[in-house]
Design a protein around this ligand. Structure first.
Ligand code: B12
Length: 117
């Protein structure tokens, strides 16, 4: 998220998703909400993963989700990172919370199956 330079967990999530055949567009770290929205529009992405490791960067996650809801209503938001919980993810309006990389893969596979039906 904007203001957050932690990226080890995000990189692991990306690596595992790619190993399972997903095409991942990695925006790196410290990313403004508008950049996330513009990228989702450009690629018509079906799923966005957002990572926050600090309590101070969770508000930027909430802003990003709100902007995505407004501008790209089709996209599903998936959040993770050490400071998040399922309850907090629900509170900030995320579609799903994953505690680790493998859970992220399972969610992405389930979503793909749903979209193919
Ligand atoms: C490594 C580290 C750093 C490294 C980061 C290197 C890097 N390139 O990422 C460095 C030294 C640079 C760093 C800097 C800072 N850090 Co630091 N850091 C850590 C530390 C020790 C480990 C984080 C980590 O990489 N864990 C390993 C990975 C694999 O786990 P993970 O990130 O949780 O990811 C997993 C899951 O959460 C999940 N996941 C993660 N992202 C996503 C995304 C999605 C979409 C999904 C689905 C899942 C998912 O899957 C991952 C794999 O299983 C944590 C402590 C901790 N226990 O978390 C502190 C910690 C996060 N840091 C902290 C702080 C305060 C800072 C600094 C502000 C310190 C300072 N005063 O300068 C700066 C931050 C500057 C900034 N603007 O961001 C605090 C945050 C406190 C808080 N609650 O807000 C922590 C918790 C330490 C502490 N106890 O105080 N840090």
């Amino acid at each position: 998220m904007q203001g957050d330079i932690h990226d080890i967990g995000k990189n692991i999530v990306k690596l595992l998703l790619e190993n399972y055949g997903f095409n991942v567009i990695d925006l790196g770290r410290d990313v403004a909400p508008e950049v996330v929205v513009d990228t989702v529009i450009q690629y018509r992405a079906p799923l966005v993963g957002l990572s926050a490791l600090m309590t101070t960067t969770v508000p930027a996650m909430e802003r990003t989700i709100a902007l995505l809801r407004e501008k790209t209503p089709w996209v599903k938001t998936l959040v993770g990172g050490a400071v998040l919980t399922k309850e907090y993810a629900d509170k900030i309006g995320a579609d799903y919370y994953c505690k680790d990389a493998m859970e992220t893969v399972r969610y992405a596979l389930a979503e793909t199956e749903k979209n193919e039906k």
